[in-house]
Design a protein around this ligand. Structure first.
Ligand code: NAD
Ligand code: UFG
Length: 338
C-alpha cells in the first residue's frame, strides 16, 4: 500500500514507518518538525535501507495537504501529528485545540477530496473517564480531564460522525496505553524537550546521569506497593499494531476504536527496579505527594485488538527497559547532539 504518515518523524511515527517499510509498504512522511528532527529520516534509512519520501508540512495547511494527496494517490493515512504534552495543554488550550483539531479535520476532509478510503488515528487511553473498573474495555465510560485529552475525544467524535455520513470511509482510532522503549538498534527512540514529564524518559535520564533521582508522585495509592500502576507497552509492539490496523482498516468500513495495550499493569517502583536491572545501577528516588490529575491504576483489556487485528503485544518489561537504556546511552542528548 501507499501510506501517508503524518507526524512520521516523531517517536511512535518513526517506529511505525520502519514497521511499514519492513512489511513492504511504500511510505511518505509529512511533519512540521515542531517536536522532532529530520535526522530521524537518516536513522530510518540506516535501519531499513530505504529513505521514506518526506515533506516538511504542517497538516493544518489544508491546500498543501490536498495537493500532496492528489499527486501521490495514497491508499491510507496514519495520522500521528499532534501536540501531546498534557500539562502544556492546560496552559495553552487554544494552541492544542487549534493544532490537533485542525490537523484531524484537514486529514478527514482530504480523505474525501482525494478518495483515500482508510484512516488510522492516534488516540489515547486518556479518553477514558477516571472512575472505570479495570481493565478498560473500549465500551468503558469516556471523559477527558485536560484539553489534550479533549482533542482526542473530539477527534474520535468527528470520526464517528464522518463514518455515519460517508459510509465508504474506514476510520480507526487506536487508543494507546503508555508507550515506552526504543528501536532495538538504539537508532530511534524518544527525545523529549526539556524536563521529561513521563516516567520512563525521566528514569532514563536519571540512569544516564542527566538527573539526580526520580521523583515518585505518591506512594499511598490502593496498588500493590502504593505507587501508580500503568499499562506500559513497547513502542515496537505499538508500531506492529499500526501495520495490523492498516490491513484490517482497508477491508472494513465505518468507525472503530481499539485499545493497544498489554493488559498488564506495572507500578512506578516496578519500573524503577526493572530499569535499574537493565542499566546495572541502583537508581535513586524520592517519594513526593501525588501529582494532580493522576489516577491510581490504569490498564487495557486488549482482547478486541487480538480479535479484529490478530495483534497482541510481545515484549516484556525487561525488553522495554533494555531497549530504552540502549537508546539513551547511545544518544545521551537525544538526536541533536548525537
Ligand atoms: P511526537 O511529538 O514524538 O510525534 C508527533 C509528531 O507530530 C512530531 O514529530 C511533531 O513534529 C508532529 N506534529 C505536531 N503537530 C503537527 C502539525 N500540525 N503538522 C505536522 N506535524 C505535526 O509524539 P508521539 O509520542 O510520537 O505521539 C504520536 C501520536 O500518538 C500523537 O498523536 C499523540 O497524541 C499520540 N499518543 C502518544 C502517547 C505517548 O505517550 N507518547 C500516548 C497516547 C497517544
Ligand atoms: N510518575 C512519577 N514520576 C515522574 C513521572 C511519572 O512518579 O517523574 C508516575 C505518575 O505519577 C504515574 C506513572 O508514573 O503514576 C506514569 O506517568 P506518565 O506521566 O509516564 O504517564 P501517564 O499515565 O500519566 O500519561 C501518559 C501520557 C498521556 C496518555 C496516557 C495514556 O502522558 O498523554 O499515558 O496513554 F494519555
Amino acid at each position: 500500500m501507499k501510506v501517508l504518515v503524518t507526524g512520521g518523524t516523531g517517536y511512535i511515527g518513526s517506529m511505525t514507518v520502519v514497521a511499514l517499510i519492513e512489511a513492504g509498504h511504500e511510505v511518505f512522511v509529512v511533519d512540521s518538525l515542531v517536536n522532532s528532527k529530520q535526522e530521524v529520516l537518516s536513522r530510518i534509512e540506516k535501519i531499513t535501507q530505504i529513505r521514506p519520501g518526506f515533506q516538511a508540512l504542517d497538516v493544518r495547511d489544508a491546500s498543501g495537504l490536498l495537493r500532496l494527496c492528489q499527486e501521490k494517490k495514497f491508499d491510507a493515512i496514519i495520522h500521528f501529528a499532534a501536540l501531546k504534552a498534557v500539562g502544556e495543554s492546560t496552559e495553552q488550550p487554544l494552541a492544542y485545540y487549534e493544532n490537533n483539531l485542525c490537523a484531524s479535520m484537514n486529514v478527514m476532509s482530504v480523505m474525501r477530496a482525494a478518495h483515500i478510503p482508510c484512516l488510522v488515528f492516534s488516540s489515547s487511553a486518556t479518553v477514558y473517564a477516571a472512575d472505570n473498573p479495570m481493565p478498560l474495555t473500549e465500551s468503558a465510560q469516556l471523559g477527558a480531564s485536560n484539553p489534550y485529552g479533549q482533542t482526542k475525544l473530539m477527534t474520535e467524535q468527528i470520526m464517528r460522525d464522518a463514518a455515519l455520513a460517508y459510509p465508504d470511509l474506514s476510520l480507526l482510532a487506536l487508543r494507546y496505553f503508555n508507550p515506552v522503549g526504543a528501536h532495538a538498534s538504539g537508532l530511534l527512540g524518544e527525545d523529549p524537550n526539556g524536563v521529561p514529564n513521563n516516567l520512563v524518559p525521566y528514569i532514563a535520564q536519571v540512569a544516564v546521569g542527566r538527573r539526580t533521582h526520580l521523583r515518585v508522585w505518591g506512594n499511598d495509592y490502593p496498588t500493590h506497593d502504593g505507587t501508580g500502576v500503568r499499562d506500559y507497552i513497547h513502542v515496537a509492539d505499538l508500531a506492529r499494531g499500526h501495520v495490523a490496523a492498516l490491513q484490517y482498516g482497508v477491508q472494513q468500513r465505518g468507525f472503530r476504536a481499539i485499545n493497544l495495550g498489554t493488559g498488564k499493569g506495572h507500578s512506578v517502583l516496578d519500573m524503577l527496579r526493572a530499569f535499574g536491572q537493565a542499566c546495572g545501577k541502583e537508581l535513586a528516588h524520592e517519594i513526593l505527594p501525588r501529582r494532580p490529575g493522576d489516577v491510581a491504576a490504569n490498564w487495557a483489556d486488549p482482547a478486541l485488538a487480538q480479535q479484529l487485528l490478530g495483534w497482541e503485544a510481545q515484549h516484556d518489561l525487561a525488553r522495554m527497559c533494555a531497549d530504552t537504556w540502549r537508546w539513551q546511552s547511545l544518544n545521551p542528548n537525544g538526536y541533536e547532539h548525537s
